[in-house]
Design a binder for this molecule. Structure first.
Ligand code: NCD
Length: 648
């Protein structure tokens, strides 16, 4: 029977900020006690088990040292490949059994979400010492402990995260924590190793926080000062801009950061790059030059270690190199975590808020997590898929977030298991799908074929009516072109980018109208916000589409919640800093989750939330004259889940 409360530390988000502060205060005390050579006994009689399915030096040894220093004992399987895991024992069974031998389990595992599974099955608390590429919360506590000690605070600091930000789990936990402490983040990923979308989505949804990304090339200019490094407009929190009903054209000009307070450098997590994937070419290498820029003179250089070439040894003697202090902090900080657990009543039980709001999906076919490294892919014999409904796309895809690894799954077709009807997912179904998950009747399909093969029939949509015909659409497009011409000072600086697919088709039409009316033909591009990496394709062939210093006009067919536009802006800012950004929409439905106002509107069509507005445009290569088949239709989805079939 465990002597500690069942409080798991799976994500850094499991700790409230005052709790992190408390852990730091305890760690300060332990660091001083260790300096004085005191012998401590707070954990007398406690047993900690370290289960490491991956290599470790610092994390395991500092946890074990911490437990010993507190007078507790440690049991360990030196190599999990020598444990029953090698015989095929499940993680759930291992966690359950070891929790009968220990009061606390520290777990490191190669699969994303493993610590969540262990926490569900172990009677004792689980501390995540790294799960795949997801999180490493106790490393973050060490990182912040040292950063705060060096800088005296965390709020308002600017931290540049450099290297492999995709698979670096220490980086992900650090980002969540820096966001909450009100620090600014500047991401400097090695090409192709950007902070993953699911991390950005979580930050945006839960913290209304985002940050900018600069290239390695921009970072290289550090030697000559940091003037070339720019935070996104409205640093620190780009998202904050859009919560005060600020029109898009009022975005302040980009400001360079006043100073950089820390570089957090990471190694390439090469063990997580599939053999089939290309290795990134150039990797960041930090040497003494990095600290010469006048804005970086006070910056500390951090690294979770081990280093593999990205930090020159010549830096070690510089007082600003603090990575060995981060590693040394492992003992007092981990002592503090154990002591903090001991401060709680033994019967305290904490259900992580993340786990509380999720639902198992039991209907068949159940969705499978899209992440090939998700623990559910390896322990499927007993793990039911568990997802949260994510409020992400408003473009006909259902976004489910895996409760174990947090990766999003985009689903186009959903079914109701009792009525055996399937639907092409639509934002208006969001509320119903919520209920279907709760009642265990959500099925998901990759295709109509899959739905029909599973015995589902299509659900007929409600009566539809036309709200715009081809002539009205043409008039609206012309009006949009007129609005742009009247509003923009210098048409030669305008670039038009349409959101795939209808926004991109409209972008071309608006651009052609502008050309016909003014003689200036702005470059146009298509932005695919749902493509991983959000691709931008120039529509005129030839040159890449430039964003830097341009007067950008983003085009979309319908603005409803505003999330798509938000996504589009984030994607564009990764490519450069436009001079201005304006938004043109064919239809403004008048609803907003985000206070983003379009600058140019073809037609305002106030609609009810349960209406579906569908724009149909003839593709440019269809050969149809005058776009005779263009239509905007509206139909109600209200009946969908209220229909007699669904009630059966
Ligand atoms: C890190 C890890 O394992 O994620 N190491 C650590 O715990 N200090 C970083 C790494 O391996 O690169």
């Amino acid at each position: 029977m465990t002597r500690l409360p069942k409080i798991d530390l799976v994500s850094i988000e499991d700790l409230e900020l005052p709790e992190i502060e408390r852990i730091f205060a305890l760690a300060d005390g332990f660091a001083a006690a260790l300096d004085r050579g005191e012998t401590l006994s707070a954990a007398n009689g406690l047993v900690m088990a370290t289960l490491f399915y991956e290599p470790s030096t610092r994390t395991r040894l500092s946890f074990e040292s911490a437990m010993h220093r507190l007078g507790g004992a440690v049991i360990s399987s030196a190599d999990m490949n020598a444990s029953s895991a090698a015989k095929g024992e499940s993680l759930a069974d291992t966690a359950r059994i070891v929790s009968a031998y220990a009061d606390l389990i520290v777990l490191r595992h190669p699969h994303d979400g493993a610590a969540r599974v262990a926490a569900d099955y172990a009677a004792c608390p689980i501390i995540n010492a790294g799960d795949g590429s997801r999180e490493h919360p106790t490393q973050t506590l060490c990182d912040l402990f040292i950063l705060r000690r060096k800088k005296g605070k965390l709020k308002g600091l600017t931290v540049a995260l450099c290297g492999d930000l995709k698979f670096g789990r220490t980086v992900h936990s650090l980002i969540y924590a820096l966001a909450r402490f009100g620090a600014n983040i500047l991401a400097v990923p090695t090409a192709g190793m950007d902070v993953p979308d699911y991390v950005l989505a979580r930050l945006a949804a839960e913290r209304h926080y985002s940050f900018s990304t600069v290239t390695m090339d921009e970072l290289k200019t550090l030697a000559g000062g940091l003037d070339a490094l720019y935070l996104t407009p409205s640093a620190p929190h780009q998202m904050a801009l859009f919560t005060g009903d600020v029109p898009l054209d009022k975005i302040p000009a980009a400001e360079p950061p006043a100073s950089l307070d820390a570089f957090y450098v990471t190694r390439l997590q090469k063990e997580r790059i599939a053999a089939t994937q290309p290795r990134p070419g150039e990797y960041v290498r930090f040497d003494a030059r990095a600290l010469k820029g006048h804005r970086a003179q006070e910056a500390v250089v951090m690294h979770p270690l081990p280093r593999t070439g990205e930090l020159a040894y010549e830096l070690d003697s510089d007082p600003r190199a603090v990575y060995f202090e981060q590693a040394a902090a492992g003992v007092p900080v981990r002592m503090a975590i154990i002591a903090w657990l001991l401060e709680h009543k033994r019967d305290a039980h904490r259900v992580s808020p993340a786990a509380a709001e999720t639902a198992r999906i039991t209907a068949e076919p159940a969705p499978r997590c899209a992440n090939a490294n998700c623990i559910t892919r390896f322990e499927g014999a007993y793990l039911h898929p568990r997802f949260k409904l994510a409020r992400a796309a408003d473009r006909g895809l259902l976004a489910l977030r895996c409760d174990f690894c947090e990766r999003e799954l985009r689903v186009e077709f959903v079914g109701h298991a009792r009525s055996h009807r399937y639907y092409r997912y639509d934002e208006n179904l969001y509320g119903y799908v919520h209920n279907w998950i709760a009642e265990g009747s959500l099925a998901v399909f990759d295709s109509v074929k899959q739905a029909e093969e599973n015995g589902y029939e299509p659900y007929k949509r409600g009566p539809q009516r036309e709200v715009m015909n081809d002539a009205e659409i043409a008039t609206a497009v012309e009006s949009l072109a007129d609005q742009v011409i009247a509003d923009v000072q210098d048409l030669t600086n305008v670039s038009i980018v349409g959101v795939v697919s209808h926004g991109a088709m409209l972008a071309v039409r608006i651009r052609d109208q502008i050309a016909a009316k003014s003689g200036v033909r702005p470059p146009a591009a298509a932005l695919d916000v749902y493509n991983p990496g959000a691709t931008v394709v120039a529509l005129d062939g030839g040159d890449a589409f430039a964003v830097q210093d341009r007067a950008l006009v983003i085009v979309d067919d319908v603005i409803n919640s505003g999330w798509t536009v938000q996504r589009a802006m984030n994607a564009l800012w990764q490519r450069g800093r436009p001079a201005t950004v304006k938004l043109a929409v064919l239809i403004d439905r008048g609803h907003r989750a985000l206070p983003i106002r379009p600058n140019y509107v073809g037609k305002s069509i106030p609609t009810s939330r349960t209406d579906r507005v569908q724009v149909r445009l003839a593709p440019p290569d269809s050969g149809l004259k005058h776009h005779a088949h263009d239509r905007v239709m509206i139909y109600s989805m209200l009946e969908a889940a209220k229909s007699p079939q669904d009630a059966r």
